[in-house]
Design a protein around this ligand. Structure first.
Ligand SMILES: Nc1nc2c(ncn2[C@@H]2O[C@H](COP(=O)(O)OP(=O)(O)OP(=O)(O)O)[C@@H](O)[C@H]2O)c(=O)[nH]1
Ligand SMILES: [Mg+2]
Length: 191
């Protein structure tokens, strides 16, 4: 009897989840800039200081309430390594939103933001909502890219800009919520 009840509840939960709206989000940015850490913090509330490069692609999933609606969030964590270009191209299809990361302690990672922006816009059709994430802002003493510089780039490309830290959690949920809300508002307009 208890087993039947458990199966019934599991089936109802699974149906409920299946019927929710899906949002597909991709994280892109140069190697080591902080994509995996941002996704891990959002999905598991965890941060690991050790670096384990993403091999090709990783995946995160979470059910989130956005604008009073439950939504299935699918997060594709793409490697920033050139070797995985083909893998990324395969996975960009039907992307609703993307965040581009750079590491505020690395000039190279900021210089590559243009590359990532162009890759997304070239491959994704229709173009997704994109945000810029200035990562690792907890490392203030090593910072080389100012807030003004990041904000200016985001403004020029008409996108939201967020200063985030997966180490302290600063602005992480705020950034994701803003991305989800912008996507939902855009989809309502199109519908
Ligand atoms: N201090 C600090 N370190 C961070 C932060 N975010 C990431 N890191 C560290 O930076 C390193 C790289 O982070 P990842 O999240 O793995 O970077 P990635 O962009 O996924 O890298 P690839 O998978 O190789 O493309 C790891 O050692 C993280 O612990 C942060 O907000 N603050
Ligand atoms: Mg990674």
């Amino acid at each position: 009897m208890v087993e039947d009840e458990r199966k019934d509840i599991e089936s109802k939960v699974s149906k409920h989840i299946h019927n929710l709206k899906w949002l597909k989000i991709v994280g892109v940015g140069s190697v080591g800039s902080g994509k995996t850490s941002l996704i891990k913090y959002f999905c598991e509330n965890k941060f690991s200081p050790g670096y384990q490069p993403t091999v090709g692609v990783d995946y995160g999933f979470k059910i989130e309430t956005v604008d009073d609606k439950e939504v299935r969030i699918h997060l594709w964590d793409l490697s920033g390594d050139d070797d995985y270009y083909d893998t990324r191209i395969e996975l960009y299809g039907k992307t609703d939103g993307a965040f581009i990361t750079y590491d505020v302690t690395s000039t190279n990672s900021f210089d590559s933001v243009n590359f990532w922006y162009n890759e997304i816009n070239r491959i994704c059709n229709p173009k997704p909502v994109v945000l810029l994430c200035a990562c690792k802002v907890d490392q203030a003493n090593k910072r080389v890219i100012s807030k003004e510089k990041g904000e200016e780039w985001a403004k020029q490309h008409r996108m939201g800009y967020f200063e985030v830290s997966a180490a302290t959690g600063e602005n992480v949920f705020h950034m994701y919520n803003s991305l989800f809300l912008t996507i939902m508002k855009r989809q309502l307009k199109v519908a």
